[in-house]
Design a protein. Structure first.
Length: 241
């Protein structure tokens, strides 16, 4: 029997935790709640999670710090909740590796749609896999010195070590892989990498492209793999090798 998708809600407001737990539980998810980072880590030790919902503004270790910790240590989708209008926090959160954002007060139906979209992009991995490399990579695309495994949804460096990427970063790389040597506008990239109900804010694509360049370019300041076409968008230039 397949276990239900496990979601952790991390919020210091008990009412929010209870509301999201009830709603997502009725939607078929297994939901755990945590009032802070320490509680979240305890839950993760007991059971791996598929997705974590993080409130940004929490006393002590805030959501941005926890997003950084999760992205460095756990293969999991991240949806962040932020007070309306806090654009700076959202930009920083993207740089920390969040997959999606919603502003409070959250619309539960929209949250459910966003969660499902992120889960579709995050490759399904069981805890028993232990982070093992795929036995056979059948479809790979070279991005500079790195290789993107389209089947495993993973990026590997020249030594074969996995380079951590978010689900959105994978979708962007796949969009470029599917359209080499073609200029893609920001709107086209959003359409290729997200569901139609995604409503991006300014700089969302630019931030993620900058993050990808730091991972795949020999010199991110002078990109040769994903180039900027001024006033038009970006273009993926495959290696001649």
């Amino acid at each position: 029997m397949v276990e239900p998708t496990h979601i952790i809600v991390v919020d210091d407001e008990p009412e929010i935790c209870e509301m999201l737990s009830d709603y997502l539980g009725h939607a078929g998810f297994a939901v755990s709640t945590a009032e802070d980072g320490a509680a979240m880590r305890r839950v993760l030790e007991e059971r791996p999670a598929d997705l974590v919902i993080l409130d940004i503004n929490m006393p002590g270790e805030d959501g941005l710090s926890l997003a950084r910790y999760l992205r460095a240590n756990v293969k999991v989708g991240i949806v962040m909740l932020t007070a309306a209008g806090e654009v700076v926090d959202r930009i920083v959160g993207l740089e920390m590796g969040a997959d999606d954002y919603l502003a409070k007060p959250v619309d539960l139906r929209e949250l459910l749609a966003r969660i499902r979209a992120v889960l579709r992009r995050v490759p399904a991995e069981t805890a028993a896999a232990g982070g093992a490399q795929p036995a056979a990579a059948t479809h790979q695309v070279r991005f500079g010195a790195c290789k993107l495994d389209l089947d495993a949804h993973k990026l590997f460096d020249p030594e074969g070590e996995e380079v951590p990427i978010t689900s959105m970063e994978f979708d962007l790389l796949k969009a470029f892989a599917d359209h080499p040597n073609r200029v893609l506008s920001r709107d086209q990239l959003l359409d290729l990498a997200h569901n139609k109900d995604w409503e991006p804010f300014d700089r969302s694509i630019d931030i993620r492209i900058a993050r990808l360049r730091r991972k795949i370019e020999a010199d991110p300041a002078k990109p040769q793999v994903i180039k900027t076409v001024r006033g038009a968008g970006y273009i993926f230039v495959p290696s001649s090798e």
